[in-house]
Design a protein. Structure first.
Ligand code: DMJ
Length: 690
């Protein structure tokens, strides 16, 4: 651990870090060119080998599908909000991984104008149809690739390392396509082969998010590409607002993880710091520190709850444009692992204290059953509304409770207590079983705990099976944890819940035509919903028959059929495999990986894309590669097929964007520094009467 070696926080704009970088650059300018040339040569020869191993299939998009057009309207700005009141699609976006369900333009238009538009539209459609405009799109795709390995049957002697190599190939193709068509851009649209920036000069969204996956996969030349770009071009001194949470989990998390992995595993993607042209050895940490100094300004609110956004150049937190000015609860409570690890690395206590204080302010609201509403005001630290869910805006609040406990080597018992309380609350208020088959789901309470349960589950909720298992064993295998005196019936029950939810999440994939989950699934449940204690006995296999009974339990609305390459289910499969050792989780992961290869790969080694409709074959493509495809989804596939000693679960903690940090001891410098207010058995705070 180092402590702010260059003391750069005292002068964030021009610290010694910057001087070092400039000096390195000046001294090595000539050498860099030579390195660049040799990197390119290596790349070319590597790609020649890749070509033989991995030829990209064809796929079929339908640009005429009305579903696609609907999705493009709602998700058209990539789920980002530039200005909620006046969404301007052309301005540089502020990234948000949430759909703003604002309706299409409400401006009223004279009817004759609308008619004319409709008329022109139909003429264009007829023209394209007649002259083969649509069929041409189809000609460039096939519905299934012809890789022989995709058809191989699972036997007893599976070579998991060979399977893992196919994941590496998928990563290389994705990265190289991005490098070819959109290098340095924050977004990549692989069908139109275009990139787009989120801030004026780009903030390395894809490069930084993908970096530690490349280190783990030992992709040396590609790590060099990324490192060079970060060294030469990455600047956070940009007069633009960014989302506090997304920038923290992806950029700060990515840089910190790259720092950790490259120090902990110097043999992986080895970078020789004394090579001519190589940037300074603390490049990742220096960039992380500079970014954190800007992001920390989000915490300067009256309550200490961070604002939704930050202007990076101005070091200024910005209140949310939407949601009545409230921040998302999960977003304010999913910054702690990153700022605490940075505090540990630099010795800068203010990072720790500001992140820690958020947890106190949230907890002081006294949420019943430990279940928090999904919005909170930065101004006064009070919750907004009563909408409770473990999907978007609620999810990682719960995830970071147990992970904060593990990060500091189980020294902060307050977070275990909060996690246990919340999990009990989930059981009591959100868990129920589907009909007729009896799958376990986590529903939502959109109007508060006293109001009806909505049987809706975002794919995002599928982080829960793995996280529950992680909480139950602390990252040990189940077999090892069971031998400890601390193992109780509660741990048994948690593992059962984890297994049941894992099966439900896998069912979301099995239900869809492409084998790729939708964004949201609804379930058929009893009225009133069955209690968590109710008997239930779902079938262990998903019968592939199109009319199989289990299919009646699931429903997917036409608005929700998109698949954004999300990681949560493979993330949980990874934890479940490591913890239970049950081979089926690896096999499910392999099946899912094959579905991604079958239905999201683009022609001409164009990479992989999100889908607007994953419930039709051929699927409808969306022309976007999410950075978490590289940072999370492919990383979790890689880890799932890797030997278990790669990132052992009992010594690391993995952030919500799949960036790995070490567990560590709290030094005397750091403390939790707060206590929970006394509360009753439902978790409500007991007010003292004076
Ligand atoms: C990622 O940015 C993170 O996993 C986050 O916690 C949730 N959304 C995406 C992936 O779905």
């Amino acid at each position: 651990m180092i402590r702010d070696p260059f003391n750069i926080h005292r002068n964030p704009a021009s610290g010694l870090a910057i001087i070092r970088t400039a000096a390195t650059r000046a001294a090595t300018d000539l050498g860099e060119k030579a390195v660049e040339a040799s990197i390119n040569a290596i790349e070319k020869s590597k790609q020649a080998v890749d070509d033989m191993a991995f030829s990209i299939p064809k796929n079929v998009p339908s640009f005429s599908n009305p579903q696609r057009q609907l999705e493009d309207r709602v998700w058209g700005n990539g789920g980002r909000s530039s200005n909620f009141l006046n969404p301007d699609r052309n301005s540089l976006p502020m990234y948000k991984d949430k759909p703003y369900a604002y309706p299409p333009s409400q401006r009223s238009r004279p009817i004759w104008r609308r008619k004319r538009v409709i008329g022109v539209f139909f003429l264009v459609v007829i023209f394209l149809y007649h002259f083969g405009g649509f069929s041409k799109q189809h000609d460039t795709f096939t519905s299934r690739p012809s890789w022989s390995w995709l058809k191989s049957e699972s036997g007893a002697n599976v070579d998991w390392i060979e399977r893992r190599e196919h994941v590496v190939d998928a990563f290389k193709v994705s990265w190289d396509s991005y490098h070819r068509y959109a290098w340095g851009h924050d977004e990549f649209h692989p069908i139109t082969k275009k990139g787009r920036q989120m801030v004026p000069h780009g903030m390395g969204w894809i490069i930084v998010d993908a970096l530690d996956t490349m280190i783990l996969m030992n992709l040396t030349s590609r790590v060099s590409q990324a490192r060079e770009w970060i060294s030469k071009y990455l600047s956070y001194d940009q007069d633009h607002d960014v989302n506090t949470f997304e920038t923290t989990i992806r950029m700060l998390g990515g840089l910190l993880s790259a720092h950790y992995l490259s120090n902990e595993f110097p043999q992986l993607a080895a970078q020789k710091d004394d090579d001519p042209g190589a940037p300074g050895e603390d490049l990742y940490l220096e960039k992380a520190k500079d970014l954190a100094d800007r992001l920390i300004s989000a915490f300067d609110s009256p309550s200490g709850i961070p604002y939704a956004s930050v202007n990076l150049a101005k070091y200024e937190g910005l209140i949310s444009h939407a949601d009545g000015g409230a921040s998302s609860t999960a977003e304010t409570t999913t910054l702690q692992l990153e700022f605490k690890y940075l505090a540990k690395l630099t010795g800068e206590k203010y990072f720790w204290d500001k992140a820690e204080k958020v947890m106190k302010v949230v907890d002081d609201n006294g949420a019943e059953g430990g279940l928090v509403p999904i919005y909170i005001y930065a101004e006064d630290g009070k919750f907004r509304g009563e909408n409770i869910r473990l999907g978007s805006r609620g999810d990682s609040y719960y995830e970071y409770l147990i992970k904060q406990y593990l990060q500091t080597s189980k020294q902060e018992s307050i977070y275990l207590e909060m996690w246990d309380e919340a999990l009990q609350g989930v059981r009591k208020h959100l868990v129920t079983y589907t009909e007729p088959s009896g799958y376990t789901i986590i529903g939502e309470r959109p109007e508060g705990l006293e109001k009806p349960l909505s049987p809706k589950m975002d794919h995002l909720v599928c982080f829960m099976p793995g996280t529950i298992a992680l909480g139950a064993t602390g990252g040990l295998t189940e077999a090892a944890a069971k031998k400890l005196p601390t193992w109780t019936k509660k741990n048994e029950d948690d593992m059962r819940l984890a297994r049941e939810l894992m099966q439900t999440c896998w069912g979301m994939y099995k239900w869809m035509a492409t084998g790729l989950a939708p964004e949201i699934t609804y379930f058929n449940i009893a009225d009133p919903p069955l209690l968590e204690s109710a008997p239930h006995n779902p079938p262990l296999q998903f019968d592939p028959d199109a009319n199989a009974e289990w299919r009646k339990d699931f429903t997917v609305h036409s608005n929700d059929v998109h698949n954004l390459q999300r990681p949560e289910t493979v993330e949980s499969l990874f934890y479940m495999w490591r913890i239970t050792g049950e081979r089926k989780y690896r096999e499910w992961g392999w099946e899912m990986f094959k579905s991604f290869m079958n239905y999201t790969a683009l022609d001409d080694e164009g990479g992989f894309t999100s889908l607007s409709n994953a419930n039709t074959i051929p699927p409808v493509t969306k022309d976007n590669m999410e950075s978490f495809w590289l940072a999370e989804t492919l990383k979790y596939f890689y880890l799932l097929f890797s030997p278990n000693d790669l990132l052992p679960l009992d010594s690391v903690v993995i952030n919500t964007e799949a960036h790995a940090f070490p567990r560590f001891q709290m030094s005397p410098l750091f403390s939790t520094g707060w206590e929970r207010k006394p509360r009753d058995k439902d978790g409500k705070i007991i007010e003292h009467v004076h």
